[in-house]
Design a protein around this ligand. Structure first.
Ligand SMILES: [Fe+2]
Length: 259
């Protein structure tokens, strides 16, 4: 009878990493009419009224800080924005939301223009739930300034700070680091591209390095609430805010009188 020997365990064989908890970034490439696009670019220049920064010369001009925050109510943009909001509903449905159990509100919508050398610093939109950006120009190269989305958590880094480089120990040039410890994702603007992402996600716009073109985009913020309540006793979700039509404004002067 042949002598058998138990096979020794082979260290590390068979281990696989499972990716969990994905971040939902929605993208759709639209095909804007060139004439509409030209008119919208011209309209944004008019809305800028000669201003070209925020006001720090290194910071892009953003309409929300310059009184231009309801672009959806401008007839030159209203059809475009309505189309973008249809994709926002699609984003929510793909995320699992029941369209009949929420109301979606456009809170504000503003143009952003970044000139050569300008950026939009790292920030998020804590006032909203879902944010979007639509690019009016860009060729996909990223030279006019990528949208940089920062990782909301870096649990795979194991020891915070290890993935920043400076000689390791994580091999930042390797594919594993890109897959499991990327500190950010850079998304290049392209004319007609719509991007949707959770409003709490930290992001920035990198420097426009295109000496021949300004970078034009439209940003917007959306808020989810309960649907309108037809009867006072109807239930609303605990964590979902009631519909704004059910809110009661509290005048500041009344507070002062009672205080
Ligand atoms: Fe933003």
């Amino acid at each position: 009878m042949p002598k058998t020997t138990a096979s020794a365990p082979q260290p590390g064989r068979g281990l696989k990493l499972q990716a969990l908890f994905p971040l939902a970034v929605g993208q759709v490439q639209l095909q804007p009419d060139p004439l509409d696009l030209a008119l919208q670019l011209q309209a944004i220049r008019e809305l800028q009224a000669g201003a070209d920064s925020n006001p720090d010369p290194g910071c892009a001009w953003t309409g929300d800080l310059n009184g231009v925050w309801q672009l959806d109510r401008d007839p030159r943009f209203s059809a475009l924005i309505a189309g973008l909001l249809g994709h926002a509903w699609s984003y929510l449905e793909q995320l699992g939301f029941d369209r009949d159990r929420i109301a979606l509100h456009l809170q504000r919508c503003w143009p952003v223009v970044s000139e050569l050398g300008q950026v939009v610093g790292r920030h998020h939109h804590p006032n909203a739930h879902l944010s979007g950006v639509y690019y009016l120009n860009g060729d996909g190269s990223g030279r006019s300034g990528c949208l940089r989305l920062f990782t909301p958590s870096a649990l795979n880094e194991l020891v915070p700070g290890l993935a920043v480089g400076h000689g390791g120990p994580i091999l930042n040039e390797g594919p594993a680091a890109a897959q499991w410890n990327a500190p950010w994702f850079d998304l290049a603007p392209r004319a007609g591209l719509l991007v949707l992402f959770p409003a709490g996600l930290e992001h920035m716009v990198l420097e426009n390095r295109d000496a021949n073109d300004s970078r034009f985009s439209i940003s917007f913020d959306l808020v989810l609430t309960s649907p309108p309540c037809p009867t006072p006793g109807q239930q609303v979700g605990e964590y979902l805010a009631p519909h704004p039509s059910a809110w009661t404004a509290v005048p500041a002067d009344r507070i002062r009188e009672k205080g």
